[in-house]
Design a protein around this ligand. Structure first.
Ligand code: ATR
Length: 273
């Protein structure tokens, strides 16, 4: 049987997901397709979902602007998706649509694969800058992976509190984060600051050498934030890996196979540039 997979969202024409998932199908020797399904307006979302049910596809990814819209159309959602309040992967299980969120856990996996010292130390002090949807996903990805020493900093404090609610994570201001930045071994920048502009959310002059510094912005790939981190001896990590590893997790949900992403990272960089 050929696996039928899709990406739903709008606009998605330039998405790298079809290339990533087709490569996964090829690498795992599974016959199937991963095609785009654009839904240009929210008004027709319900109708499109009905059609999709009838089309009996095996699973799909769902992206902007429908990661929350999809929830009432699902039969079940897993605990991480529930905590994050957004779904990016749906799998047909029996005759039920089950929703997952692999964005955060994917990103955490990308970091752990690249930095084995982080992989081994669940007490490593980690700070997340920004408190939007991406921060929420990464925060819960870290919690699920067992990381215990988490801090959030954002311009609007209440958004951090909303995310950390019910956990032992700390909340600080961006000014405090900048002043005490040397206390963190892992810094994850999740805000939109730096996207298509040469700005950074906080100054990194005081980081310690060897600090892992990650920026989820990948347009440009090397943000000013990462440039400064590199100059200060930080070990830098690019944001495009979130896309690759969320896809790896999604594929694993659909097929029970974990594909080796070896080499795809570099190929993606070439495609983004
Ligand atoms: P996403 O869902 O992609 O994560 P988002 O929900 O729009 O995006 O979140 C954007 C993040 O960037 C927020 O944390 C936002 O801070 P506020 O919560 O205070 O709005 C942060 N952000 C955007 N512009 C900023 C700026 N100029 N300075 C500091 N933070 C900024």
């Amino acid at each position: 049987m050929s696996l039928k997979l899709k990406l739903i969202g709008y606009p998605i024409k330039h998405s790298l997901s079809p290339w990533i998932q087709s490569t996964f199908l090829e690498r795992s020797g599974i016959e199937g397709s991963y095609t785009l399904h654009e839904i240009p307006s929210k008004e027709i979302f319900g109708e499109e979902m009905k059609k999709l049910r009838e089309a009996e596809i095996n699973g799909f990814n769902i992206t902007v602007p429908y990661k929350e819209t999809i929830i009432p159309y699902l039969d079940k959602i897993d605990i991480t998706a529930e905590r994050v309040g957004a779904v990016n992967t749906v799998s047909l299980e029996g005759n039920k649509w089950v929703g997952y969120n692999t964005d955060g856990i994917g990103y955490v996996q990308a970091l752990r694969d690249k930095f084995p010292d982080m992989d081994k130390d669940i007490d490593v002090p980690i700070i997340i800058l920004g408190a939007g949807g991406a921060a929420r996903g990464i925060f819960h990805g870290l919690v699920q992976a067992g990381y215990k020493n988490l801090t959030l900093a954002n311009r609007t404090r209440s958004k951090c509190e909303d995310i950390t609610n019910g956990t032992s994570a700390s909340v600080i201001t961006l000014e405090e984060a900048e002043k005490n930045i040397a206390a963190y071994n892992v810094i994850i920048q999740t805000s939109s600051v730096g996207m298509n502009e040469a700005k950074q959310i906080i100054d990194l002059s005081n980081i310690q050498e060897g600090t892992i510094v990650s920026d989820i912005v990948y347009q440009p790939l090397v943000t000013q934030f990462l440039k400064q981190a590199g100059e200060k001896g930080g070990r830098i990590h690019y944001g495009h890996t979130m896309l690759l590893y969320q896809a790896q997790k999604a594929f694993e949900i659909w097929t029970n196979k974990k594909v080796d992403v070896h080499g795809m990272d570099e190929e993606m960089i070439a495609k983004i540039k």
